[in-house]
Design a protein around this ligand. Sequence first.
Ligand code: SF4
Length: 341
Amino acid sequence: MSEAAWLSKRLESGKVLCQACAQSCKLDEGEYGICGVRKVENGELRLLVYGLAAAVNVDPVEKKPMFHFLPQSRAFSVGTVGCNFACKFCQNADISQYPQEHDHHLVGQELPPERIVALAEEHGCRAIAYTYNEPIVFFEYTYDTAKLAHERGLKNIYVTSGYETKKAIDLLAPYIDGMNIDIKAFSNAFYEEICGAKLKPVLEAVKYAHEKGIWIEITTLLIPGKNDSDKEIRDIARFIADLDTSIPWHLSAFHPTYKMTDVERTPVTTLRRAYKIAQEEGLMYVYVGNIDDEDHTSTYCPSCQERVIDRSGHIGQYVRNMLDVEGHCPHCGYQLEGVWN
Ligand code: SF4
């Protein structure tokens, strides 16, 4: 299925500029964007995976990870093939890099926006998550689905690397209720060498999405020797804290995969060290991820320090939310920041 990609513009040079993400591809007739799913055909940029879902699951919202967003609920999760990044540590490379590695061949099941919303309702989900690959590359598909979902009383979550243009965020903001954005490192060299992208647009997207009032949680996968120095962890923590100390930060454990099999798993000590640094920098909600660690994956009230959301087991397996429907602490009444209803 293919649909006109309306986040695009024809340039005087005759090329077509894609305005969805900061890769800003300028394409001639017949050319594909870096993501492999947007292509100029008959002078028009087309999204080639509109309505073509490559991965569909019902997941605990905690798995996105979103910890301050409708806890204990399920998110109908959908992704396509294609990605604007080429991370060497990608955990979903089988779909994200599929077109690039298969001569632009596309795979997936036909799933138009109405069907996604209907399935989400059938499965008792409270939100739809655009995830697995980078959702901005299938922007028009996410936009139409998110709009329909809102009409049906469902919320929407973007799980993203944060490469959206301001124009895209402006369009998404009325419909996307939450975003989990990766800050993969705080060095441009890391982004260029390991991800095929740049750091600055990510930081700008985080700031702008926050400014637009979208609930944001940040994730950083800590990779031994690549982005896990005290300084780099502290730099990211400071960036988040300068923006808003109530933004949750998920510090995830790396495991060797895809093109990064020569690096060891993240030791638990690294996660604990990063957790401590984040707290020193004033972040109110810090979590470790990809390991079973109840103490460091549970939520504590920033006012009275009591535990208010228990999380244990594999991500999202056991969650006990003690907050009231508006997110108030049952012990002191402090209203925790997040999307609670
Ligand atoms: S969405 Fe794809 S085509 Fe558009 S700018 Fe990003 S990588 Fe290029």
